[in-house]
Design a protein around this ligand. Structure first.
Ligand code: C5P
Length: 219
């Protein structure tokens, strides 16, 4: 039976690095759902859709074709055939993604894609996001919720971004998490049956080992 692993949590908790490493180590597929929300946001921005207008977003939500790679070693993502792996990490997309992903039509569309990908994974899949354990895959074999202090999360994020200012990064993260946690449709939340792992004082390697052990216990 394929094993389905849901890894949720706010930004900068090490979700992506952990999820990719766990999937690679255990021979599972990997899905970055944040990249899908970033990709649809990139498409809205590129096509001149006003990202402050939920009605405009809702009516365009079905238009872009988003294809997610599931190889943990190179998880590319394309929109209408264009590789957007780089552009979706840019500041303009990051600042608009919470507004776009709060629109219910966007969530319905992306959730369908996510379930189809998870359902076709042969050996199993590690899916990372904000609402995977609560909404997208409520029957996942293992649900992990990663947390870390805002200071630790900002320090990790600024380490990834060249020339980033620690204070500004912290403010931006806290703002994005507040928006993601307070939206009406499937907010960022820990599922009741998720295992919470506080990564503040753990190395990435320790977090990976912890999650690998949890998956092996379920197999
Ligand atoms: O994980 P990442 O920081 O790339 O996610 C970008 C944004 O996508 C989040 O801030 C959130 O607004 C949205 N997202 C979401 N649900 C998910 C994954 C990401 O709403 N499952």
């Amino acid at each position: 039976m394929p094993v389905i692993v849901a890894i949720d949590g706010p930004s900068g908790t090490g979700k992506s690095s952990t999820s990719k490493a766990v999937a690679a180590q255990l021979g599972l597929s990997y899905l970055d759902t944040g990249a899908q929300y970033r990709a649809i946001t990139w498409w809205m921005v590129t096509n001149g859709i006003d990202t402050a207008d939920p009605f405009a977003i809702a009516s365009a939500a079905g238009k872009p074709e988003i294809v997610s790679g599931t190889d943990p070693e190179k998880p590319a993502i394309t929109v209408d055939g264009i590789d957007v792996s780089g552009p979706i990490r840019e500041q303009d997309v990051t600042s608009k993604v919470s507004a776009v992903s709060a629109v219910p039509e966007v969530r319905t569309r992306i959730t369908e894609l996510q379930r189809a990908i998870a359902g076709s994974a042969v050996t199993g899949i590690v899916v990372e996001g904000r609402d995977i354990g609560t909404t997208v895959l409520p029957d996942a074999d293992l649900k992990v919720f990663l947390t870390a202090s805002p200071e630790a999360r900002a320090a990790r994020r600024s380490g990834e971004l060249e020339g980033a200012d620690l204070h500004a990064t912290r403010e931006a993260l806290v703002k994005r998490d507040a928006a993601d946690s307070s939206r009406k449709t499937s907010p960022l939340a820990k599922a009741d049956d998720a295992v919470e792992v506080d990564t503040t004082d753990l190395t990435l390697q320790q977090v990976i080992e912890c999650v690998v052990t949890l998956v092996e216990e379920k197999r």
